[in-house]
Design a protein around this ligand. Structure first.
Ligand SMILES: Cc1ncc(COP(=O)(O)O)c(C=O)c1O
Length: 416
């Protein structure tokens, strides 16, 4: 079969794979507690849904400009200005079918084959996939639970080499929930100021999901001298519970925004007209629900942390935003399952939870780290309570079943 060599250069998203497995098992009748999903369990707010319906009835069902309607871009411009203090003229704004294709097109626009892009791990798998699809090389800067999954300015500085062309930032982070404070981001900015050849992609998708009264920071606003080489990417999928509407947007330097437009003009074309009407309603409408939902996620975070504290062999950092927990499971490595199999990695642990406990999590390798796993808390309080209780019981069962001695966690490398 004729295929491009690019197919050998990247992996499909592991999360999409798990999503497909969960759908299949459910169709076969398995009752699963699914903590793998990266989307809110809340419904898209009514006023946003209504705007979509009105757009259909008004006949707004035709092609729109490739980079989004003028009305949508005006709303995005206002959003960046009011919420982030970032002033982008319309020509520097592009909308796309979700943040994912925007980020992918941006990486294609910035990297040439062989260029390096730095990102800290654990990371969102698609950030790596996008770099690989653009024939670049991902330089993975490992962080861990003991440093709250944040890279320091010194670590970033040391990771920069002659081929570095891009740094990807994601705060609040999927999968760790880490949030850079202003001073921490300023320190990273200081390093980047010394390297004018490096572009910055700021993936701000979880901007509105913050805990404990934290403030959101985005690098082009924290350090205005980086405005000219930062693409600020955001969207409505996560905070507005609009994953299926497929709306993302970005503001940044004209050259990259034009490049994204050109790529879209020959690949995806424009956005869904109905979703754009809904997106305008979201950006211009009431926002109180965002804080309410953050408070709800925070309650769930605390519920999950409390439940997991009872689980032998796990250590969990307190997420500062987004809707994920990233427990470390080094303490379970070497344990034996009741069927005799040894838990050698987070992937083994995930298989054990699925096969013996009907609990779905995402193992660490997809996020470029092990032994960790990701647990989404974007699910009902009752499901979450039950799930973390089952995880604690599953861990206890490993300890009870007479495992051979544990491997010392210190002998296990914490990240790829
Ligand atoms: C960090 C991050 N960026 C971007 C995306 C993609 O968002 P969208 O659904 O708008 O394409 C996701 C979705 O999981 C994400 O977690």
């Amino acid at each position: 079969m004729i295929t491009s060599d690019i197919l050998g250069r990247f992996h499909a998203s592991p999360i999409s794979g798990i999503f497909a497995t969960v759908q299949r098992l459910r169709r076969e009748g398995r009752k699963l507690l699914d903590f793998s999903v990266g989307e809110s369990d809340f419904d898209t707010p009514l006023h946003i849904r209504e705007a979509g319906k009105i757009a259909i009835d008004r006949g707004e069902t035709r092609y729109t400009p490739t980079d989004g309607s003028i009305d949508l871009k005006e709303s995005v411009r206002r959003k960046f200005k009011i919420e982030n203090g970032l002033d982008y003229p319309l020509a520097q704004i592009v909308a796309g079918m979700g943040a994912k294709p925007l980020l992918a097109a941006a990486v294609q626009a910035i990297l040439s084959p062989g260029d390096e892009a730095i990102l800290s791990t654990p990371c969102w798998p698609s950030h790596v996939g996008m770099i690989e699809l653009a024939r670049g090389r991902a330089v993975k800067l490992a962080t861990g639970i003991d440093t709250h999954f944040k890279m320091t300015a010194g670590e970033l500085d040391r990771a920069i080499g002659p081929k570095t062309r891009l740094v990807i930032l994601c705060s609040p982070s999927n999968p760790t929930g880490a949030v850079y404070e202003e001073a921490e981001m300023r320190a990273l900015a200081q390093v980047l100021l010394a390297h004018p050849q490096i572009a910055i992609l700021s993936d701000d998708l979880y901007e509105h999901i913050l805990f404990d009264d934290r403030r959101f920071n985005t690098i082009a606003a924290v350090e205005p001298r980086l405005y000219d080489r930062t693409l600020t990417v955001n969207g409505l999928s996560k905070a507005y519970a609009m994953t299926g509407w497929r709306i993302g947007f970005a503001g940044g330097p004209p050259a990259w925004v034009d490049a994204i437009r050109q790529i879209y003009s020959q690949s995806s074309g424009g956005l869904c007209s109905i979703s754009q009407a809904a997106a305008i309603a979201a950006l211009e409408g009431p926002k109180e629900f965002l804080a309410d939902w953050s408070a709800r996620y925070q309650i769930r975070r605390d519920l999950a942390l409390e439940g997991l504290a009872a689980a032998s062999g796990l250590r969990t950092a307190k997420p500062e935003g987004a809707f994920y927990l990233m427990p470390e499971c080094a303490g379970l490595i070497g344990a034996r399952r009741p069927n005799g199999e040894t838990i050698g990695s987070s992937t083994d642990f995930a298989r054990y939870l699925l096969e013996d406990w009907n609990v779905v999590i995402v193992p660490g390798p997809g996020f470029e780290c092990d032994p960790y796993f990701r647990l989404s808390i974007a699910t009902s309080d009752a499901t979450l309570k039950r799930g973390v209780r089952l995880i604690a019981e599953a861990c206890a069962a490993l300890f009870e079943k007479g495992r051979e001695r544990w491997q010392s966690p210190s002998r296990i490398s914490s990240a790829a």
